[in-house]
Design a protein around this ligand. Structure first.
Ligand code: SF4
Ligand code: F3S
Ligand code: FES
Length: 249
């Protein structure tokens, strides 16, 4: 069974742009990315879009669908009303390159600024050993597909370009939490680094990042809040403070 839907797709580049309207055939079982491909095949072969796997695993096809950050390949057309217009725009938080493609290098720059995994001295790759329970503890965070939907959603940078320098964003907070939980990571100040260098304090726990994560990672509850609690414990717990004073003498 097929019908026709109106798609309003933002077309333009860094200089500016506008919406173009397409009336497109939609068939049962299709996802938004199928429709974008049909638009390319019929009316707009030059429409720029980024995608790779069409299986929700590469994280490339992120866009804003009726204002909601989503993966186009995982958004079924059946989730919309029969006569509902669909609006497609590029991720709002990052600079547009062309049409639905934006420049997400902000995220890679922030990743480069993080101290890498630091194994204990003397251990060679292949000699690392850890308990299964430790592997499982951070498994959730390793499901991240780097779609950056959490990053584009977070209000700290979504509406505040000026915060980008000081704020790394939820994707990098889960990376910090993952390393913080790693029993072989010899870098012992992940929390302080998150607080002082990654802008953890800017997060006011709105949980919007968690709401949009296609992997269902509990970014706020399982990564950000525990990190904040550890930082608060380290810095403001009087016993920890006293211990530091005594042992640093
Ligand atoms: Fe995407 Fe979730 Fe990873 Fe954020 S944490 S980049 S929303 S998979
Ligand atoms: Fe932003 Fe997520 Fe915190 S949306 S404010 S990083 S809870
Ligand atoms: Fe790979 Fe959508 S095309 S996640």
């Amino acid at each position: 069974m097929s019908n026709t839907r109106v798609f309003r797709v933002w077309r333009g580049d860094a200089e500016g742009g506008d919406f173009s309207e397409y009336k497109v055939e939609v068939n049962e079982g299709e996802v938004v990315l199928d429709i974008v491909h049909r638009i390319q095949a019929t009316e707009a072969p030059d429409l720029a879009v980024r995608w790779n796997c069409k299986a929700g695993k590469c994280g490339s096809c992120s866009a804003e669908i009726n204002g909601m950050p989503k993966l186009m390949c995982m958004t079924r057309m059946s989730t919309f009303e029969e006569d509902q217009e669909i609006t497609l725009t590029p991720l709002r938080t990052f600079p547009v390159e062309r049409d639905l493609v934006c420049d997400v290098s902000f995220n890679y720059e922030k990743a480069r600024q993080m101290p890498a995994f630091a194994p204990p001295e003397g251990l060679e790759p292949g000699e690392y050993r850890m308990q299964q329970v430790d592997v499982e503890r951070s498994q959730e965070f390793r499901k991240c597909i780097e779609c950056f939907l959490c990053q584009t959603t977070c209000h700290v940078i979504r509406d505040h370009e000026e915060n980008k320098e000081a704020f790394s964003g939820p994707r990098l907070f889960i990376r910090a939490a993952e390393l913080d939980m790693h029993p072989l990571d010899a870098e012992d100040n992940r929390g302080s680094h998150a607080q002082d260098e990654q802008g953890l304090g800017y997060c006011n726990i709105t949980k919007c990042c968690t709401d949009v994560c296609p992997e269902g990672i509990k970014i706020t509850d399982n990564a950000i809040i525990p990190m904040k609690e550890r930082v608060a414990g380290d810095r403001y717990d009087p016993l920890v403070w006293l211990g530091r004073k005594i042992f640093r003498r």
